[in-house]
Design a protein around this ligand. Sequence first.
Ligand code: AR6
Length: 334
Amino acid sequence: MIKFPNPDIIADAINSYGNAPSTDTLTKVLEAFSILMQEAAEVLIPVVEEDEQVSLLTLMNENNQTFVIGFTSEYQAKAAGYDTTISRRWTDYLSMILEIEGCAGLCVNPGDKFPFSIQKLMINALIAESEKEAFKNSISLFKGDITTLKVDCIVNAANNSLLGGGGVDGAIHAAAGPDLLAECRILQGCPTGQAKITNGYKLPAKYVIHTVGPIYNVNSEDPRHTQERTELGSCYRSCLELAKVFHIHSIAFPCISCGAYGYPLDEATKIAFIETVQWLNENPNYGMQVTFVCFNDEAYNVYETVINKAQNPDPDAPNFMTLFAGMAQGQAKN
Ligand code: AR6
């Protein structure tokens, strides 16, 4: 059965733990909490409002221990029958729970198939973990096969059908196995410039974001190729936006449209950079590690030149690369 990617990563991880309790699945739950705490995401807290007083609702477990409650989404709160909620940052709520006398901890999503309780000891550990160094935005290069990368997500340069093809698309489907195609079939294609997400199946990456680059029109009457330029930029932006919804913090892009779709590599590289750097600048605290994957020396050299120029912008020739100055560190690796 196909399990669709779920942006509610805590509920998703709790569900996996409930279905198959193990150290591994428990670690994934705690990782999901850490991610949302680092992102300064909010938890929904059910309350009762009486005489201008707001009090927290509590639950008791079979050992008569009292827990306060938190929901990972409005859907979870409504499903459990709680209509009045307030929202607070996860870190703030967890810190507050530590101060409540007589409270054993937090019950997450009561009413769900697998409610999950966190005792104060674990809350302490989560807070300590979240105080470690925060995620940082960065850009780096990798020369080689994108299917080997152990990142949160790799991007596929697909076609409108999303039903596979040659090039990087073929390599990703071959490495992920047939379940990827089965999930893609349900997505009913993807318009050019947009993006859709699936699981990574046998890939080391957890997710694949499929985007469809433009076919470069060599006979275009527009010398600036405005349409292709806009659509290619939109691919990078759509992938990054979708990645953010799914709390993805490391993403690897191939050179979208630069193979079968014929986009000139140096032009496409500049667009990839402009769009990515702009997005990172608009999301300065999100912490997205972007890797541009170059399958051959030619692509690697083009990207390296762009990164070098970006790190050393020419003050007499202001151009897109100045956007990059002082922001992310480009690292070359292979
Ligand atoms: N890892 C990283 N990059 C790769 C890999 C790999 N394993 N394999 C190829 N590339 P293309 P497009 C590079 O043709 O131009 C498919 O049939 C390759 O060197 O894969 O967007 C789809 O189904 C090039 O730089 O994608 C569509 O029909 C880049 O990936 C069509 O091709 C993109 O080349 C999409 O064409």
